[in-house]
Write a protein that binds this ligand. Structure first.
Ligand SMILES: Cc1cc2nc3c(=O)[nH]c(=O)nc-3n(C[C@H](O)[C@H](O)[C@H](O)COP(=O)(O)O)c2cc1C
Length: 213
């Protein structure tokens, strides 16, 4: 079977990105672009590809949801015993990519990941819907399970055993925060001559440069 996609082609013509338009601080630039993605009605603008790397050097990527951004970094939540959790334990270097097709924009971020504090994880967990909180308890994320019924039973058992109690955060579930040292803002342009602006943290100062597309 061959899937020939040679003719699938999109020109990017919406906007430009000039070095003079950029905020000095990349977190502020991200915040600006994120607001614009929200306003443009981008579907799940906080969905991002998270790439991690095993101790043997094998990269692995999946989508997770960005839940908080501040000057410390980009936070997401997951099962600490999942495949990504184990990889982050072995190797705390990771990368994040956002693609906002409606705006013809990409943001790439690289940095070092650490667990959020228990207080931060508790705060987020507490405001998830009850079903999602039970789901976090029920799913041995990334482990093999025999069938769907096994998962549904786990959920029901936990729902029953916890029904009268507050469903508090399991120890094995919580947040990670990626502290960035590199961010790239990419705006699609005509003829594949896209605008790419890169921020690098050098001696604690953000330096900006334009990259060839
Ligand atoms: C739109 C979307 C959002 C997701 N958000 C999360 C998330 O915030 N946290 C999470 O653990 N998994 C999330 N997932 C599931 C992950 O992509 C992945 O399947 C799961 O975390 C297991 O990955 P791992 O085996 O590499 O650890 C999301 C998937 C999609 C498609």
């Amino acid at each position: 079977m061959t899937l020939d996609l040679f003719k699938l082609r999109q020109e990017y013509t919406q906007q430009e990105l000039d070095i003079n338009d950029l905020q000095d601080n990349p977190i502020n630039q991200f915040s600006l672009w994120f607001d614009q993605a929200l306003t443009a009605g981008v579907h799940e603008p906080n969905a991002m590809v998270l790439a991690t790397v095993s101790s043997s050097g094998q990269p692995s990527a999946r989508i997770v949801l960005l839940k908080k951004v501040d000057n410390e970094g980009f936070s997401f939540f997951t099962n600490y015993q999942s495949r990504k959790g184990l990889q982050l334990q072995e190797n705390n270097r990771a990368a994040i990519v956002f693609y906002w097709a409606e705006l013809e924009r990409q943001v790439r971020i690289e940095g070092i990941v650490q667990k959020t504090t228990s207080a931060e994880s508790d705060e987020y967990f507490a405001q998830r819907p009850t079903g999602s909180r039970i789901g976090a308890w029920a799913s041995p994320q990334s482990n093999e399970i025999q069938d769907r019924a096994f998962l549904d039973k786990l959920y029901l058992d936990i729902e029953k055993s916890m029904s009268d109690k507050n469903v508090t955060r399991p120890e094995f579930w919580g947040g990670y925060k990626l502290k960035p040292h590199l961010l790239e803002f990419w705006q699609g342009r005509e003829n594949r001559l896209h605008d790419r602006m890169e921020y690098r943290l050098i001696n604690n100062e953000w330096q900006i440069r334009r990259l060839a597309p």
